[in-house]
Design a protein around this ligand. Structure first.
Ligand code: DGL
Length: 285
């Protein structure tokens, strides 16, 4: 069947889609590290953020649960009129992106492709790319998704993946510095330091908030990759190519939702983004 629409109608549709928000979600406040980078690159876009704080952490849940949550939240964001959905969570990307992409009518982007592109893009620096390290949740590491993706791109190269289950609870509590953080960083990063990793992918969107502590432990010769940077480039390219970029002169709106306590999200979110978040709406599935 051919659907015949006039140029004027097409232009109208493109104009309204330009204003449609970008939807993004995470298990909690971690995806705010992705929003932070997107806002810098694409400030005029409108954003709807959902943090599943009633069900965080995803990293210790079963693959089936994370897949179901991903489809549920992604579908809800689509119903809010989002022009695209970003899974601002590595665990949900690995365990649920395929299912969400099959169910959704709008494009779905995740963290893994962006992480690898980001790591590879900077591999020409003095320290080089290899050995490449990954820190992530247990669910992400055990899914084997990153290991397979790296092996497909660069067979035989040294790649070490380490899960860091203590990091997310600390970050959700707003603990980003101090002895607890330093101990956890040493516990998880020591094996990677001993392997001499040259580049480290921050493979959980919560972890960029610990980047200063991680960098202090590993030293300046190890390059840290925040996949959100590459993701923001990919999002911009996608929207530009289709004439869907919101290129207005004013800053777009930001709407925040969470499934747990709104006050806690407001306090942690304001702290992590470095600006007061006014209204946090509740959305429970
Ligand atoms: N921020 C998430 C990620 O990127 C998940 C953290 C969690 O809930 O365990 O994997």
């Amino acid at each position: 069947m051919v659907i015949d629409i006039t140029t004027a109608e097409t232009q109208h549709m493109a104009a309204s889609a330009k204003n449609s928000p970008i939807g993004l979600f995470d298990s909690g406040v971690g995806g705010l590290s992705v929003l932070r980078v997107l806002e810098q690159r694409l400030p005029a876009e409108n954003y709807i953020y959902f943090g599943d704080t009633a069900r965080v952490p995803y990293g210790d849940r079963s693959p089936q649960e994370v897949r179901d949550f991903t489809v549920e939240i992604g579908s809800w964001l689509q119903d809010q009129g989002c022009k695209m959905i970003l899974i601002a969570c590595n665990t949900a990307t690995l365990l649920g992106m395929e299912a969400l992409a099959a169910a959704a009518k709008v494009p779905v982007y995740g963290m893994v492709e962006a992480a690898l592109a980001g790591a590879m893009a900077g591999g020409q620096n003095a320290a080089g790319l290899w050995p490449l390290g990954l820190i992530a949740t247990r669910g992400t590491v055990e899914s084997g998704g990153y290991q397979a993706a790296v092996a497909a791109k660069a067979p035989g190269q040294p790649f070490y993946a380490q899960s860091c289950p203590d990091f997310v609870p600390l970050i959700e509590k707003g603990i980003l510095t101090g002895p607890e953080v330093e101990q956890a960083v040493e516990k998880y990063l020591k094996p990677l330091k001993e392997k001499g990793v040259a580049t480290l992918i921050l493979g959980c969107t919560h972890y960029p908030f610990l980047a200063p502590a991680i960098a202090a432990y590993l030293g300046e010769n190890v390059r840290l990759v925040d996949p959100a940077r590459q993701l923001a480039i990919m999002v911009e390219d996608y929207l530009k190519d289709r004439g869907l970029l919101n290129d207005g002169a004013t800053t777009g709106f930001r709407e925040f939702y969470c499934s747990g306590g709104s006050e806690a999200f407001k306090a942690q979110g304001s702290n992590l983004l470095g600006r007061p978040l006014k209204e946090i709406r509740k959305q429970v599935f």
